[in-house]
Design a protein around this ligand. Structure first.
Ligand SMILES: [Zn+2]
Length: 201
């Protein structure tokens, strides 16, 4: 069983960031996010919704083939699941793990992130018992609210002292601001001496 405590730190140390990309895969935005990551030599964690992974297995396989890691983000992205029965929470976690693993061609998600960040001790324990480290975040870009490219950039730079794990999205709507912000941020952060790693397991 992996650690059931929430992962935030990076395997590359204190001056490193973990890029995490939630709510995909999406046929429009996931390839664009992958290109920005590829152009900058950055590996990320993709927290996928089970139903989307099942619809787009080719994108799941591409994410894996390009060296990124998978994260279970539940079957249906029900942000109220922490208030529901444990059997429901269990099914949302274990069924999405199976859907993502099938879509990837046998590569298991290494992390679990509850939709909306509403972890319960029960959901953390279930994820850990299935071999997935519960994954938190330190820097919430709020990119899904479409605040503007510069606002996303400013949020990341302001919150850099908070810790290593940064939350972006490649699903759930128009993610052009996210792509533009990553295109600006990744080279600049590298120039500032930041490394990019994976959340500790
Ligand atoms: Zn989400």
């Amino acid at each position: 069983m992996v650690n059931m405590d929430m992962a935030h730190a990076s395997d590359r140390g204190a001056r490193a960031l973990n890029v995490t990309i939630d709510d995909g895969p999406d046929p429009v935005w996931t390839p664009r996010v992958l290109k920005v990551l590829r152009d900058n030599g950055v590996k990320a964690v993709f927290c996928m919704i089970g139903t989307s992974a099942a619809q787009h297995p080719e994108l799941v396989r591409q994410v894996v083939a390009e060296g990124h890691r998978l994260c279970d983000h539940s079957v249906h992205h029900d942000t109220a699941m922490d208030h529901k029965a444990t059997a429901y929470q269990h099914a949302e976690i274990v069924d999405a793990q199976r859907m993502i693993e099938q879509a990837s061609g046998g590569v298991k998600p290494m992390y679990y992130r509850v939709p909306g960040g509403a972890f319960t001790p029960y959901s953390r324990q279930i994820a850990a018992s299935l071999g997935m480290r519960p994954l938190g975040w330190n820097i919430d870009t709020d990119d899904y609210k479409l605040p503007g490219v510069q606002a996303i950039i400013n949020t990341v730079e302001r919150e850099l002292p908070n810790g290593s794990t940064v939350l972006f999205h490649d699903g759930g709507g128009d993610r052009s601001q996210t792509v533009a912000a990553l295109t600006d941020l990744l080279p600049r952060l590298k120039a500032q001496g930041y490394a990019f790693g994976f959340p500790l397991r």
